[in-house]
Ligand binder design. Structure first.
Ligand code: FMN
Length: 191
């Protein structure tokens, strides 16, 4: 697939089949990530791949996070149980979930740029997956930002959970994309 075609036709797809994704395809997606630009070649990306029964690790963490949140909000027991159950199930929405983590840098700027590099890496992954006939969605939310999840991954200061990339074979047709043209967001400085 030509790169411009891949860029134009990629869509975030939340509904994927449970059919397993061959490991070599997941590895291709991961390899594409490390070709992203990164300042000072810090190679700041780290990946955790949850697949098959391994998604249970993420499910347990999500459930524990939901429990902590429900307790913090003083949520009534029955409601909390529903919330915990829903959060647990979210880990199984796709056959593969890849957590992309950005390592902190030696100073604030490097940390910022490491995060930027990881965002570029995620886009590489999404485009590569798309070219392989796979669908992805980049997800965040409390599961990306709550201290409990930082502990779960053993993160250090400056490290960030950039994305949970859900990966699988698409279960829905193409959706149209709504974007304003770049020209409406561009100022040209010309001679
Ligand atoms: C940093 C970031 C976080 C995102 N988090 C979520 C999320 O938590 N849930 C979700 O459904 N989509 C999430 N998305 C995906 C966007 O919703 C999606 O890219 C947007 O709707 C545009 O659709 P497209 O990717 O098909 O162009 C996220 C995207 C980015 C870049």
């Amino acid at each position: 697939m030509e790169v411009d075609h891949a860029i134009e036709t990629r869509r975030s797809v939340g509904r994927v089949k449970q059919d397993p994704v061959p490991r070599e395809l997941v590895e291709k997606v991961l390899e594409s990530a490390v070709h992203a630009p990164n300042h000072k070649i810090t190679e700041p990306w780290r990946f955790h791949v949850f697949t098959g029964k391994g998604r249970g690790d993420l499910a347990r963490a999500r459930a524990e996070l939901a429990k902590i949140q429900a307790e913090a909000e003083g949520e009534e027991e029955e409601l909390a149980a529903g919330r915990i159950s829903r959060e647990r199930k979210k880990a199984f929405r796709a056959p593969v979930v890849i957590a992309v983590i950005s390592r902190g840098g030696r100073d604030e700027v490097e940390t910022l740029e490491n995060y930027a590099a990881c965002a570029a890496a995620v886009q590489n992954m999404q485009l590569t997956a798309h070219a392989l006939g796979l669908a992805t969605i980049w997800r965040t939310g409390p599961v990306a930002y709550h201290p409990y999840m930082r502990d779960f991954f053993g993160l250090e200061d400056g490290d960030r959970i950039v994305a949970y990339l859900y990966l699988g074979y698409p279960d829905v047709g193409e959706r149209p994309r709504r974007r304003e043209p770049a020209s409406s967001r561009t100022v040209w400085h010309e001679g």
